[in-house]
Design a protein around this ligand. Structure first.
Ligand code: ATP
Ligand code: MG
Length: 291
């Protein structure tokens, strides 16, 4: 569903966000509105998660501020213009520079789980990177690793790729810049998360370039849609994977769906209890991080 927003016209809806361009036809800025839609395994699910768009926007905005220097680190250029958003979408939208997006999802993993864990069990590697033997689901990696994915055009599945492949796609220098910057931001954010009792297990960044060729951090950052957050204490003391990876993110939805759907056809509707749990966990994350 798209909204009538004076001064803006709807241009695109992704799985989670709706994009609007200035009605005057200028193409340098856009309004990104976060909906309450939730996606898993590349499907948008029903019903949405009430308040999710606002929670994720608050989180993303907070992290952009941290990375712009509020955490004491070197400012990371980002896509925010700092303009006030229209009242209709206050709290769940941002005005950003329209960037030339790079077709790479810059994934950084500090811990082994998800698709990384699946690949590791098959081959002892994650995106071609060899890892030590004997790791378990949820284990911390010796060093955070950069495991890019090709951002497939709409409707297609993103695909894990090697660093070399990313260099073929965007050029060697840009690929190295994406890797180095992603690892640096991950390390910085993981340290902040740790200070709040949280493990940032993994995350995904997207970057784009502006008209001057400056690389800017774009999209949403370090939200519970783009990242896995775990409770640090539960991870240390837990004995089962479920206890160790007490997550503050979409994993609740993914786990329920994996147990209740064969990934054929339309996914089943999410039960109210799963929706409620997800809202509660997202709120908890916000409380822990931002207070
Ligand atoms: P898809 O576009 O395949 O549906 P998605 O589900 O991730 O992917 P959303 O996250 O809902 O899509 O929509 C956000 C879209 O806006 C993404 O395609 C993202 O790459 C793009 N985007 C984010 N920031 C910018 C920016 N500053 N300039 C241009 N595009 C951006
Ligand atoms: Mg997205």
């Amino acid at each position: 569903m798209t909204l009538e927003i004076p001064g803006w016209k709807h241009t695109y809806s992704g799985k989670v966000r709706d994009l609007y361009a200035p009605a005057d036809g200028s193409a340098s800025r856009m309004l990104v509105v976060a909906s309450d839609r939730v996606s898993a395994f590349d499907h948008v699910l029903e019903p949405g998660i009430p308040g999710k768009g606002e929670l994720l926007t608050t989180l993303s905005q907070w992290w952009f501020d941290q990375l712009a220097g509020a955490d004491g680190g070197t400012p990371v250029p980002n896509h925010l213009t700092g303009e006030t958003v229209p009242d209709e979408v206050a709290g769940r939208s941002m005005i950003v520079r329209s960037l030339d997006m790079l077709p790479i999802e810059c994934v950084v993993r500090g811990y082994l789980t998800g698709s990384g864990w699946l690949e590791y069990q098959q081959s002892g590697t994650v995106c071609g990177i060899s890892l030590p033997e004997g790791l378990q689901d949820g284990d911390r990696l010796p060093e955070p690793i950069y495991t890019p994915a090709y951002k497939a055009p709409m409707g297609e599945h993103d695909e894990n790729i090697s660093f070399e492949k990313s260099a073929e796609l965007v050029g060697a220098d840009r690929a190295a810049e994406l890797r180095d910057r992603s690892l640096e931001i991950y390390r910085r954010a993981a340290a902040t998360a740790e200070a709040h009792g949280l493990i940032l297990a993994d995350t995904k960044f997207e970057f784009g370039t502006d008209e001057d060729g400056v690389l800017r951090l774009a999209d949403e950052v370090l939200t519970s849609d783009s990242s896995r957050y775990w409770d640090a204490e539960a991870w240390r003391t837990g004995t089962t994977p479920a206890e160790r990876m007490a997550s503050f993110d979409k994993q609740i939805v993914r786990n329920w769906l994996a147990a209740n759907w064969d990934k054929q056809g339309t996914p089943p509707e999410l039960p109210a209890a799963i929706v409620d749990q997800t809202v509660a966990r997202y709120r908890e994350l916000l409380d822990l991080l931002i207070g």
